[in-house]
Design a protein around this ligand. Structure first.
Ligand code: SF4
Length: 1001
């Protein structure tokens, strides 16, 4: 039976009233408030302890407005949440400036520097861990202040009464009073604190507490409200409005004391009604009915209370409470989605998804987004700003900022350049056409050259690519270098190891302006919110503006603040609304249907992270929240939810990740023992049957309109031989995978560097040989030594820039230098056999003429770049072609086995023989071809015997190759079916695998 609203008495004491927290609670409350208005003939002020039911209560007041009210009370009574009421305190302008979270964290940081005793605590923490710990310290300090500050209430009241116009002087007085109170309380508290951790915390509290803390402001606001009430009462007692306090959730004991004392004071001047929730007919478990005992433990129910619970369960049982168990996570998310869908189909417009299991709720949300704009999803669980694209974009810039002076990794650089907020044309101050394809081109170059990190490395890779383009008919792109220089210049601004807060903020803003990111973020909902969060770092004019810290500390602080910020989605009109919210937010709110996901024994009840510093006993002493209080609150919230809504689905995952069975929450199990017919439904995904055709090996016939390249490089021809389908995908369709950077040093740029330095060395050797007094003519040993020294020096020089870009390259240089003596030995042996270095890095090719099936004559150019040509001194017609391989002999031997599938050397030999002038070999023909390893396994003695591997039976191999290439190219131009066919060793690294779907057939 609902309690009637009390008859307002003149007792000067708060009166108590309680409402039943069921589906009629808000209507009952609204009627009570109107009753109060009518009885007192005044418009009451209603303050709710939590903001959740505000909108619902206003609507209920409108619906329950009594007829024929006198005009001065006909307005809706003022309903406000406690937090808003505090903010609206009179003379709030006088209050000390509110400290932001950031300022409070910085105060921890500053105190840490000042007081050695505190430092030991943070020593072991990483930067981000330290900021997390700072947050915990602040929370704990607030708990301590909550206990101490009420003792100051009368001083604060007095201070507010002094009508000094000098706010500064007033603030100083407040500060003094606070300091005195802290000093006094510190002695008392330290007697109760035994362990070292809490002792350190107390020290923190002593140093950190300031008049800008939220706890102090709260007390000042309450004192200020009270002062106004007194002033009004003195003028005209009848102008003081009746005050209704609605306690929507169980308060912490300290909060209870605070509000009780305020209500008592207020009752001296006007009517006060304290509204509580009456669990008598709503509680479904004894703990929800009985609450805590005086000691703060869960009270034990007597038999009468037990039987009350039994009757509550039977009276409130709804047929539409469903228990759904899903076996796996994905099935759970599907089941939750299906539940929501079924309610939408049934015409429900206002549905709640209670995210006891946040992951499953997130997944369900993603699945529900298929419903598009007809369903509005409001996530009240706090969607983090850090999960938005805008935050990821900023993060990509911070990754570049934190890079060492040599430069960022290529992946970090590309990630930043490819973020959608980066404005390339704005950054380069060029027209937007200039930017088209520029970043893709940069990515290609960095990947192809495996330039993994460092500004110098990137620049070198671009210069090489540009010079290659210039000599091979391509067009070098100067904007690539400009782009690297632009980012490098911005990065250079962050090189000093320490920053001060305000200049770091200014620099970051400048970066965002220069890269055009600020302008683009401004146009995006999440971006705008991100910029607002960044603005909180503007500490100019404040006491923390000059605080200095290491750059990683500042970056980590920035990240922590963004991590804490929530993203507010813009609302939109829709046919139905789904609110994703925690259980506590369902209090006194109305929903057409509720889906509660995560009702297993591990997640319901769910307790907030225990405070880092206080034990449960100390919490009790500090009159703060305890585990028992949280447990009871959740039992009450769940009772209220079940009793208030007819359609409730309770879902859980019945098997844990490790495969162990998971039972439903004990609360559900206890209800089941009383409700025998309440059975669990197995939530199984619907299975749809169908016949599928097994996939066959992929084959494609090139379309008539598909252009076939008229130049073929040795590697493209190898691809065609390895697997025609792969050639089709990569060369004809031009598809390519977004490549990841491989771990380890940039092999390719190093490979290019080795080729380049070997050419430089051999050219230098040629020049040296022409000098008659050179030491190289002074016998075998002197020649050997000169060659080794010179190649060593040459290598140091060529690698110099690479090392400047990435110091790890030093290891590669040293490995290579170990190879040099044995390579020189091989070279000398080769010279003894009459072979002399002739030329290197020579572009070379030959042309094939064929007639395609349409009778059109086609000229196909087979061309590449030969590593080196040697000539024979004893035979003026003989020459040899050499290919350097930066791989072990074993691989080279495998290559030789399949020379017809990888005929690079045969291509160069044929090209040189067909056009000796172009190959700078007039009068000679290539009859020898060899691979030389630059990575001999020295410890296995490879250097002595097997650094080289020659192509066997050259004339025969050449003849077979010539026949084969004509056949292959004829087949290609005839657009014959191109089949996916390759051994697993080839498929393993094939980037077309996702297209040919090898493994599925
Ligand atoms: S995965 Fe193998 S079969 Fe498929 S395209 Fe690549 S190489 Fe050919």
């Amino acid at each position: 039976m609902p309690q009637p609203f009390p008859i307002i008495s003149q007792q000067k004491q708060p009166q108590a009233w309680a409402i039943t927290p069921d589906s009629h609670a808000l209507a009952e409350l609204a009627k009570g408030i109107w009753d109060c208005a009518v009885q007192t003939n005044q418009r009451p002020l209603v303050v709710l302890s939590t903001a959740g039911p505000l909108i619902g209560l206003r609507a209920a007041l409108e619906q329950n407005r009594p007829k024929h009210l006198p005009s001065h009370i006909a307005f809706l009574p003022q309903v406000i949440s406690f937090a808003d009421w505090l903010e609206a305190a009179p003379s709030a302008w006088k209050f000390p400036k509110k400290q932001t979270d950031l300022e409070r964290w910085l105060s921890v940081f500053v105190n840490l520097r000042k007081h050695k005793v505190l430092q030991s605590w943070f020593k072991a923490e990483s930067e981000s861990g330290a900021w997390g710990l700072a947050q915990a310290v602040i929370d704990a300090c607030d708990s301590l202040s909550e206990v101490v500050v009420p003792q100051l209430q009368s001083e604060l009241n007095d201070l507010l009464q002094t009508h000094t116009l000098d706010t500064e002087a007033w603030l100083k007085k407040v500060e003094l009073v606070l300091d005195q109170a802290i000093a006094k309380a510190y002695i008392g508290l330290s007697r109760n604190v035994v362990d070292e951790e809490s002792a350190v915390l107390l020290t923190f509290w002593r140093y950190l507490t300031s008049i800008g803390d939220p706890v102090i402001r709260k007390h000042l606001a309450m004192a200020s409200h009270m002062q106004l009430v007194k002033a009004n009462a003195e003028k005209d007692r009848d102008t003081v409005r009746p005050f209704l306090w609605v306690q929507t959730a169980d308060p912490k004991p300290i909060e209870q004391e605070l509000i009780d004392s305020y209500l008592c004071d207020y009752a001296q001047f006007a009517s006060v009604v304290r509204v509580d929730l009456d669990w008598q007919s709503v509680a479904l478990w004894p703990e929800a009915l009985c609450g805590l005992d005086v000691e703060g433990h869960i009270a034990v129910a007597n038999t009468q209370e037990e039987s009350q619970i039994d009757s509550n369960i039977q009276a409130n049982r709804q047929d539409d409470w469903r228990l759904l168990a899903a076996r796996r996570f994905e099935e759970l998310a599907w089941a939750a989605t299906k539940s929501v869908e079924s309610y939408l189909i049934a015409g429900k417009k206002n549905i709640a998804l209670v995210a006891q299991d946040r992951l499953a709720a997130r997944r369900a949300r993603a699945l529900l987004s298929r419903l598009g704009n007809s369903l509005r999803i409001r996530d009240e669980t706090g969607w983090k700003l850090s999960t938005t694209r805008a935050a990821a974009a900023l993060d990509s810039w911070l990754e570049v900022v934190r890079a060492p002076k040599e430069g960022p990794s290529a992946s970090a650089l590309l990630e930043f350049l490819q973020n959608p907020y980066f404005d390339l044309s704005h950054s380069l101050n060029q027209s937007s056409e200039v930017g088209v394809g520029l970043i893709a081109q940069l990515e290609d170059i960095l990947i192809a050259s495996q330039a993994k990190s460092g500004w110098e490395t990137f620049t070198m890779a671009i210069e090489r690519a540009n010079s290659y383009a210039a000599t091979n008919g391509g067009s070098p792109n100067a904007h690539l270098i400009t782009l690297i220089q632009f980012v490098r210049k911005l990065h250079a601004g962050w090189l000093p190891p320490t920053v001060d807060c305000s200049s770091a903020y200014a620099l970051l803003q400048k970066n965002l302006q220069e890269t055009g990111m600020a302008q683009r973020l401004e146009k995006d909902a999440a971006g705008k919110q991100l910029l607002e969060v960044l603005n909180s770092f503007d500490l100019s004019g404040g006491i923390y503006q000059d605080v200095k810290m290491r750059l990683p500390e500042w970056l980590s602080l920035l990240k922590t603040v963004i991590e804490e910020a929530a993203y507010a989605e813009a609302g939109k009109e829709a046919q139905a609304t789904l609110s994703i919210l925690p259980l506590s937010s369902t209090r006194l709110r109305q929903f057409d249907a509720v889906v509660l996901v995560g009702c297993d024994e591990q997640q319901l009840p769910a307790f907030s992270e225990p405070p880092l510093f206080f034990s449960d006993t100390l919490n009790r002493y500090l009159k703060s929240s305890t585990i028992a209080a949280q447990y009871i609150q959740q039992a009450r919230d769940l009772s209220q939810l079940l009793v208030s809504c007819n359609n409730v689905d309770l879902l859980w995952q019945s098997k844990s990740k490790s495969g162990e069975p998971l039972r439903p929450s004990a609360w559900i199990q206890r209800l089941q023992t009383k409700l025998k017919d309440w059975r669990v439904i197995d939530a199984k995904p619907e299975t749809v049957q169908g016949q599928s055709q097994p996939i066959q090996m992929s084959v494609s016939i090139p379309d008539q309109d598909l252009a076939i390249p008229v130049t073929v490089s040795p590697s493209a021809y190898k691809a065609l031989r390895d697997c025609p389908y792969r050639y089709y995908v990569t060369s004809l369709l031009g598809l390519r995978k977004a490549k990841e950077f491989e771990e380890g040093f940039d092999a390719s740029l190093a490979g290019q560097t080795l080729h380049a330095l070997l050419k430089t060395f051999f050219q230098a050797l040629k020049t040296e040989e022409e000098k008659s007094h050179s030491p190289i003519h002074q016998g075998y040993e002197a020649r050997r030594q000169w060659m080794i020294d010179h190649l060593m020096k040459c290598s140091e020089k060529e690698f110099e820039r690479l090392i400047a870009g990435d110091a790890r390259v030093m290891g590669t240089l040293r490995d290579w230098q170990k190879q040099i003596p044995s390579l020189i030995d091989w070279q000398i042996k080769r010279e003894d056999a009459g072979w002399r270095y002739h030329d290197a890095e020579l572009p070379i090719g030959f042309t094939l003429s064929l007639t395609d099936p349409d009778g059109v004559q086609r000229e196909i150019r087979i061309a590449g770049r030969a590593d080196r040509f040697d000539i024979q001194e004893s035979d003026s017609t003989a020459a040899a072609v050499i290919d350097y391989k930066n791989q072990k002999m074993k691989k080279i031997a495998d290559r030789a086995e399949n020379i017809l599938d990888d005929p690079q050397l045969l291509i160069y030999a044929r090209a040189a023989n067909e056009n000796p002038i172009a190959a700078h070999l007039p009068g000679r023909s290539v009859e020898q071809a060899e691979w030389i390893t630059l990575k001999a396994e020295l410890d296995k003695g490879e250097d002595k015997n097997i650094r080289a591997h020659a192509v066997e039976d050259m004339p025969n191999a050449m003849a077979q190759f010539s026949e084969q290439i004509v056949k292959d190219l004829n087949g290609l131009w005839a657009r014959k079916p191109m089949q996916a066919f390759a051994p697993d060793s080839v498929c393993q690294y094939c980037e077309a695998r996702g297209v040919c779907r090898k493994g599925m057939w």
